[in-house]
Write a protein that binds this ligand. Structure first.
Ligand code: AMP
Ligand code: GLY
Length: 417
């Protein structure tokens, strides 16, 4: 089977690594990929938002299975275009992708299907936002409605900050059209959990839980990032919590997808806050998480091509997912200055001779004169498996310490929370 993976991060490296192990896997292409992916698959110079070119490529190469990593092409409708052309693709259609593409749409969906989430209001101009703000206590969460590369969520500790956020989003348009309207949201206190699910429209099948570490600094300090590290399974996500989430969140979400007649044959990633009393939804994403995928897929025993095949044929009900008992930890190595501005093209040393049980997934890397160099904010994801979180951490950090590049930035506390 010929496979195409779209994207160029650590998530896509992990997908390619896992797909390569499928019994039915033939040639694997990745658009655009990165040097780590290039060791396993053929990288193609097409960007994830070049939907027409991707479709032509898939038709030309007779690709039998396409998996989309990032949200941008999903929200732009890549799934509808591929399916119209008779191509098999894993992902939600454009209507379903709005669950990630518009935060107000997602909140209205949750309200309609009685899915537990924080209280919210939508505002279309500054005056309305300032008026509605009066009904919230602090901290308050202010979110640009559309896609903002993970930067559109502002947690405001006091009124002054909230007024500034409203101005920045609605008047100064710091997130462009993504900020044509905004969502004001009650701040939820608790422990975050990421639950990725396979969805075929008739069945929702959760994968093993994981936990991201969003902030740049140890002990959750400093600004939010795309994610600085993960571990799986998430220890706060107990079996009884999973049962409650299945009943109160997963099944009502599936019912909503059906009632709204969405064609959702893809991945639904539910960001949960486990508060003192219960689990509440922070957000929906309609794709694999990054760096959640790096710790979830290495624990999965199933053949991933087989899972996608069941998913596309609306046959997930017949499938049982199986997981390794071990814990997996992923530590992200980022460029100096990230999530602000950073330099690119810095040589990376120490990538050779990685010990067994550790995988270094590439994210923002490139090749320059046969040397691997930095090319993005998040550069590498050092991923290790161990009998418990301590063993996995020890193995991961031993490799983290060996890899060297100027400005190397990482958290020392992944998995300790
Ligand atoms: P989102 O993109 O909506 O997941 O937001 C990014 C991050 O902001 C989440 O992973 C949380 O850490 C934080 N966040 C979002 N909404 C809330 C909320 N209502 N209460 C507390 N933290 C939040
Ligand atoms: N790690 C969070 C995300 O993928 O959105």
């Amino acid at each position: 089977m010929k496979i195409l993976v779209i994207g160029n991060g650590g998530r896509e490296h992990t997908l390619v690594w896992k797909l390569k192990q499928c019994s039915a896997a033939g040639r694997i292409y990745c658009a655009p990929g990165n040097p780590g992916i290039g060791e396993l698959a053929e990288c193609v110079h097409i960007q994830p938002d070049e939907i027409g070119k991707l479709k032509d490529f898939a038709l030309d190469k007779q690709i039998e299975l396409t998996i989309v990593g990032p949200e941008v092409p999903l929200v732009a409708g890549i799934v509808d275009e591929f399916r119209e052309a008779g191509l098999q693709i894993v992902g939600p259609d454009k209507a379903a992708a709005r669950l990630e593409g518009s935060k107000s749409f997602a909140k209205a969906f949750m309200e309609k299907y009685e899915i537990p989430t924080g209280r919210y209001e939508v505002a279309y101009d500054g005056e309305e936002a300032r008026e509605k703000l009066k009904d919230f206590s602090y901290p308050v969460v202010i979110k640009a409605d559309g896609l903002a590369a993970g930067k559109g969520v502002l947690i405001c500790q006091k009124e002054e900050e909230a007024l500034q956020a409203i101005d920045d989003i609605l008047e100064h348009k710091v997130f462009g059209d993504a900020g044509n309207h905004l969502v004001l949201e009650e701040f939820l206190e608790g422990t975050e959990t990421s639950v990725l699910c396979f969805v075929d429209g008739e069945t929702i099948l959760p994968m093993a839980s994981s936990q991201d570490h969003k902030q740049i600094g140890d002990n959750d300090t400093g600004p939010n990032t795309g994610g600085m590290g993960t571990y799986s399974p998430n220890r706060v996500y107990t079996e009884s919590m999973a049962k409650e989430v299945e009943k109160k969140i997963l099944q009502p979400t599936l019912r909503g997808i059906q009632k709204e007649k969405m064609d959702f044959r893809g991945i639904l990633f539910i960001g949960l806050m486990i508060t003192e009393e219960s689990a509440k939804v922070l957000e929906y994403n309609v794709r694999f998480g990054d760096p959640e995928t790096q710790v979830v897929l290495p624990r999965m025993k199933n053949d991933l091509c087989m899972v996608f095949n069941h998913l596309l044929n609306r046959n997930l009900a017949k499938l049982k997912l199986e997981w390794k008992e071990e814990t997996v930890v992923c530590v992200v190595l980022a460029s100096g200055g990230y999530p602000g501005s950073y330099e690119k093209g810095i040589p990376i040393h120490g990538l050779e001779g990685i010990p067994e049980g550790v995988i270094v997934f590439h994210a923002g890397t490139a090749k320059k004169n046969n040397e691997t160099v930095t090319a993005g904010g998040r550069v590498l994801g050092v991923t290790a498996m161990g009998k418990d979180v301590h063993e996995a951490r020890d193995k991961a950090y031993a490799v983290v310490d060996r890899i060297r590049f100027e400005g190397k930035t990482y958290r020392r506390d992944i998995g300790l929370r």
